[in-house]
Design a protein around this ligand. Sequence first.
Ligand code: OGA
Ligand code: NI
Length: 351
Amino acid sequence: MEKSSASPNDSFTSAMTLTEEELACVRKRYVLPPSLRPDGTLSNTCLAIVDLSFLQHPLFRHQIIQEVQLACKELGFFQVINHGIPLSVMKDVLDAATEFFELPNEEKMHLLSPNVHDPIRYNTSLNDVKDKVSFWRDFLKHYANPISNWIDLWPSKPTCYKEKMGNYTTAVQKLQEKLMEAIFESLELNPNYLHEDIAEGSQVMVVNCYPACPEPDLTLGLPPHTDYGMLSIILQNHQGLQIMDRDEKWHAVPFIEGALVVLLGDHMEVLTNGRYKSVIHRATVNSEKKRLSIASLHSLALGKKVRPAPALVDEQHILSYKEGGLSDFLDFISGGDIMEVKYIDKLKINP
Ligand code: OGA
Ligand code: NI
């Protein structure tokens, strides 16, 4: 059959393809308006690093819970070390992801999809069809928990992908359950609150590839945003992630070998009735090396809704959020311009 000239694939150019051209400048569509560019003024306060090995220790658990509480309240962000996921599992999944993005275009194009409801999709930028400016990023997104439901859809090339991604997603899902218990404890909720729903929750893997960029000061890999879920757990191979504090100052998240980054998302803000807020973050790019990150986004299952915990609603803390779920978020991003309206604002009762 003859290929239609209006095929959506015709206009697709991955960031990886652009770097092969070895241009000295970025194309015009990647140049952000000056107010959105990463201006390089960064605050260098100490960002929380939580050692999870102490969580099982009766003498130290309380102290760790307090560290978690402070980090969640002040920033909505912390890094975890000694989290139980072996370095080899993390290294392997980053290798598999690197190999995926290095495949020739034709090996990836069958996964190309602009439809945010698809359980697996490869694409570039943020929302390639709608973006007014483009972001210097290629990505593969797919569902993971439980892996038996989704693994058949995952890339069959590189051949190691399913095994290595499977090992990592299973481990990170378990870690998420442990972190949610600690976070609930920090809110004086029962650590087992929603336990089953969390164990059966949705897990969206976002595999990001940010190739080296000739003009990193003019563009971004991802614009400022919050993640929709309760928790995002991010594995990265280089520095590049930045978070915004409550004073709207940007902080570079230091790269720590073996650590994982934990970000609170919009559904956590809903669940805690605003006690903990989601954290605004962005991804910068650099001119020297390609950066990979693998974000595991956790919320309740696709058909379920997150609502404020009844124990966190009282006279001093009136009900401030509506219920929301992954399907609401997907409907939201397939509709409006997510750079202009925020998903969390749709969930606030009195924004
Ligand atoms: C994301 C994200 C940050 C990064 O995928 O939502 O924020 O460092 N990624 O890649
Ligand atoms: Ni994010």
